[in-house]
Design a protein around this ligand. Structure first.
Ligand code: C5P
Length: 297
């Protein structure tokens, strides 16, 4: 018997970052949108905990107990006092170290899959609590849709979205480490007053209306200058996407994936073609959102 869970990637349409906290994290106003790029996590009973991964970026995925999927299985097994004797297989389509919550998706997927496989019967609240222990973005991977994340991003409030938004994503030829991007944010912020992060009312209204032009005018990412400082070549796909008619261009989360909001599906195709021909990125994908969170198949 095995259980497979499908989990989406995310893009941050707003990422407002506050000053570093004493625990090293940053308070955020993080507006997540789940988009239709998916990892599939399959768990099967086995003699011991084992992780395997397939997909174009599989070689970059750690298969030891640092993998968030393995940590999710361990966390649930420990709470139930059982052995985490499970083979976790990840069919990976979300870019690795790309700022699209691929690792978080695998954590949320493995948790839900193990809960079903073991008949652990964890409540939604318990699943969310385990997700928050695993990482700041993991609760959102479980719930999907659109949500405002506060605290370090793990405290979620679901958001209403009045339509489908069409996105193009350009993958870079190397990854960026999230802690390194936050450290660079701190370095760039030195000597400046950092305001409390708050969600933009215009952005929330644009989401609720499903209005791509209004959303384009309101998107923002406080980590973008830090990502560009560590990875200056990211300016090239951003410029290529803008030139191709994207309504908005931004770094996705801590990067280095760049995200392009298009007016409709046709325009997304056009932006994707231009990016593919621009030689500024490794690969290009189209995905729309919002979509559902982790789902048992
Ligand atoms: O929570 P997660 O493990 O995904 O965070 C990875 C790293 O990103 C943290 O160790 C921290 O350096 C940084 N981070 C942060 N503030 C947040 C979320 C993440 O500084 N709100």
């Amino acid at each position: 018997m095995s259980v497979t869970v499908r989990v989406p990637a995310k893009v941050n349409v707003q990422l407002a970052v506050g000053a570093a906290r004493p625990d090293g994290f940053h308070d955020l106003a993080n507006v997540f949108l789940a988009v239709g790029l998916y990892d599939e996590v399959t768990v099967t009973p086995a003699d011991e905990l084992r992780v395997t991964c397939e997909g174009p970026d599989a070689a970059q995925v750690p298969l030891d107990r640092t993998n968030l999927a393995a940590r999710a299985a361990l966390a649930l097994a420990e709470r139930r006092g059982i052995e985490p004797a499970v083979h976790i297989h990840i069919a990976k389509d979300i870019p690795v170290a790309g700022g699209m919550a691929g690792g978080s998706a695998d954590g949320a997927g493995a948790l839900l899959a193990c809960d079903r496989l073991w008949g652990a019967g964890a409540s939604r609240a318990e699943l969310l609590a385990i997700c928050a222990e695993l990482g700041s973005d993991v609760p959102f991977s479980l719930v999907g849709g659109a949500a405002l994340g506060t605290g370090r991003g793990e405290q979620l409030t679901a958001l209403e979205v009045g339509g489908t938004f069409h996105w193009v994503f350009a993958m870079a030829d190397r990854g960026l480490s999230t802690p390194a991007v936050f450290r660079e944010f701190d370095r760039l912020a030195q000597g400046r007053d950092i305001p409390e992060p708050v969600a933009s009312p215009d952005l929330l209204e644009a989401l609720a209306k499903g209005d791509p032009d209004a959303l384009a005018a309101a998107v923002s990412n406080d980590l973008q200058p830090a990502a560009l400082s560590l990875f200056p070549e990211l300016a090239d796909p951003l410029e290529a996407g803008r030139g191709a008619g994207a309504l908005a261009t931004l770094v996705s989360g801590s990067g280095p994936t760049t995200a392009f909001l298009a007016r409709d599906a046709e325009s997304a195709e056009k932006v994707a073609r231009a990016l593919r021909g621009s030689g500024t990125c490794r690969s290009v994908r189209i995905a729309a959102g919002p979509v559902a969170g982790a789902t048992v198949l």
